[in-house]
Every structure is written in structure tokens, then in C-alpha cells.
Design a protein around this ligand. Structure first.
Ligand code: ES4
Ligand code: ZN
Length: 319
């Protein structure tokens, strides 16, 4: 039995497996520039964030209808459940869909067809987090928040993703303020490729209560002390860090040092169809490559529930 765990850093578009991509392409009459799944797998040669993102956005072309988003989410939830995930907080990138003529309502209603029955069908409770693309303008983010207003009963919070360097958190100050006024929880990717200053800024300017990745906090001792003191969770993604070359090899991942420093770390999968594994695979990888003890692994699983947006009573039931 895999450890019961919560997944807190998961882009639903990053769960699109090549087989499903081709099935949806056929269903929607979309032409993919790859002959078959084997040729597509060969395109997974990225070794930095931008090269990965180019492929990630290209493949989204196959997602067109509510049913597509429903099928995508159901496929993820079934895989997650099989690896011990009991709760999933799921990012989605509406701007990447709206730009292709797919409406916010299609995306949210489609995902909700799967998420709304996930506890019954998969034994996985869920939350939805709307991510803004940080390489798009702040105006675009604000328009996206506006478009999400009819669906806020299905969205727990907001996040910030896509190309990090050159797009500091402060660019999104106003949209985070507006989201806070709407009662939305706030997280942001920071310190994946960007410097530790982006983590500090995400805390100070955006008021985030959880940091996605946050890996590069280790370059700033004062920041580490603050994250420890304030119990700010970090959603680490070890296999993602290897594939995108944030670390050279998994054996050199700073996770053990981060746990030793007292940071509230969690282990997540980011874009599992692209990075070689789902949540359980990430746990297995850090167990074998980083020599984490069973106690440390249990701590990581417990942290995932503590760091989640579940209420206390829901949290106890989930774990
Ligand atoms: C992402 Cl790994 C990663 N980083 C930033 N933005 C993303 N969107 C999807 N995966
Ligand atoms: Zn991510």
C-alpha cells in the first residue's frame, strides 16, 4: 500500500499522456505535428523550463471540449489514486485555453465533471487553483480573474506559473490584491529558475501562503529562517527538477538538507506526463536516490495534508 498523501503541485495540462493526446486529436480532428506516440515521446528532449513549456502549450491544442477536460482529469485522478493520493489541489492554465478560443466555462465545467464526483469515483478529494501565466501581461491576468468570477464556487485559489525569470511576482500585485478581496487563497511558483528574491517578493507583495518549488531559498539563509519560522510550505517536485535541470541528478537534490533545516517540504509531481512520474513515483525516487528514512517519508506525507487547503476535519479524514 502506497503512503496516503496529498498532491499540491500538479498542472492538469501536464498530465496529458501521449496516448490521450492522440486520442483527443483524432476525436477533435486536430493535426499533431508528430506521426505517433513514439515520435512524440522523442520530442521530450527539453532540458530547461522554456523548451518544456513550448511542447506543453503545443499539445494543449487537442483540448477543445468539456468532455476533453473531463477525460483528462479522470485519467489523472485514476492514476493518482493508484499511487496513494487522497487529495489533489489541481492547477489549470485558463489563459492558454482562452487564447485558443476555448472558453473559461468549457475548461472549468469540464474539469468539474471529473472533480465533482472524484471522491465517489476515485476516493480523491480535490480543489482547483487558477494559475496566471506570468509571461503574459498583468492586464491579461486581471481579465482572466474577471472571467473566472461566475465559477468562484469551484476555485479555491490562484497561482502563478509559466516562464519565471524576467517576470517577478511584483508584476501581479494588483491581481493578487483583487483575488484576496474575493476570498481566494494565494500561492505562486517562485525560486524554481528564478532567484530567492522572487520568493521573498511572493511572500511580501503577493501575500502567498504556500510557495511552489521554492528550491532556491537555500541560497538565502535569512529567507530559510523566515520560511521555517512562519511554517510556509514548499511544494517541491523532485523529478521535475531533474528533467528541467534545476539539479544535475536526483542524488544531489537539496530535499534532505531542506528537511534538516526544518522547512515544511512536500513532494509533488508538477507535470507527470512529461517528467517521468506521478506523486508516488516522486516518493519512490526520493526514497531510493536520497536515502530518506521511512520516518522522513511519513513526515513528507503528513506535511502534504498540513500544507493543503483542507479544513481540519477534512484533513483528518483524508489521511
Ligand atoms: C510548469 Cl514546471 C512548471 N513551471 C512553471 N510553469 C509551469 N506550467 C506547467 N509546468
Ligand atoms: Zn509547476
Amino acid at each position: 500500500m502506497p503512503l496516503p498523501k496529498a498532491e499540491l503541485h500538479l498542472h492538469i495540462e501536464g498530465t496529458l499522456e501521449p496516448e490521450l493526446a492522440f486520442a483527443l486529436a483524432a476525436r477533435n480532428g486536430v493535426e499533431l505535428p508528430y506521426a505517433d506516440t513514439e515520435e512524440l515521446r522523442k520530442a521530450y528532449l527539453f532540458d530547461d523550463l522554456q523548451t518544456f513549456l513550448n511542447l506543453y502549450y503545443e499539445l494543449m491544442a487537442v483540448l477543445r471540449t468539456e468532455r476533453d477536460f473531463e477525460d483528462l482529469a479522470n485519467a489523472y485522478l485514476a492514476r493518482a489514486a493508484a499511487q496513494g493520493v487522497r487529495h489533489a489541489e489541481i492547477f489549470f492554465d485558463p489563459q492558454a485555453h482562452i487564447a485558443r478560443g476555448v472558453a473559461m466555462g468549457t475548461v472549468v465545467e469540464g474539469l468539474w465533471r471529473a472533480l465533482g464526483s472524484s471522491e465517489t469515483n476515485h476516493g480523491v478529494s480535490t480543489r482547483l487553483i487558477l494559475c496566471f501565466l506570468r509571461d503574459e501581461s498583468a492586464d491579461s491576468a486581471m481579465r482572466t480573474l474577471e472571467a473566472a468570477k461566475p465559477y468562484l464556487d469551484r476555485i479555491v485559489g490562484i497561482g502563478l506559473d509559466s516562464a519565471e525569470v524576467g517576470h517577478p511576482p511584483v508584476k501581479f500585485r494588483e491581481v493578487y490584491e483583487a483575488a484576496a478581496e474575493l476570498g481566494l487563497r494565494r500561492v505562486a511558483h517562485a525560486g524554481e529558475e528564478g532567484p530567492p528574491e522572487y520568493i521573498t517578493e511572493a511572500l511580501d507583495v503577493l501575500g502567498v501562503e504556500r510557495v511552489d518549488h521554492g528550491l532556491r531559498c537555500m541560497e538565502d539563509a535569512e529567507l530559510v529562517a523566515r520560511l521555517v519560522r512562519d511554517r510556509i510550505p514548499l511544494t517541491l517536485c523532485p523529478l521535475s527538477n531533474v528533467r528541467l535541470r534545476a539539479v544535475d541528478v536526483l542524488a544531489e537534490h537539496p530535499l534532505p538538507a531542506m528537511l534538516d533545516a526544518g522547512l515544511l517540504c512536500t513532494v509533488n509531481s508538477d507535470d507527470p506526463a512529461y517528467f517521468g512520474g506521478y506523486a508516488g513515483d516522486n516518493f519512490d525516487a526520493v526514497r531510493s536516490e536520497l536515502g530518506l528514512t521511512e520516518d522522513r517519508l511519513r513526515e513528507l506525507a503528513r506535511n502534504s495534508f498540513v500544507a493543503s487547503f483542507l479544513e481540519d476535519d477534512e484533513e483528518l479524514r483524508a489521511r
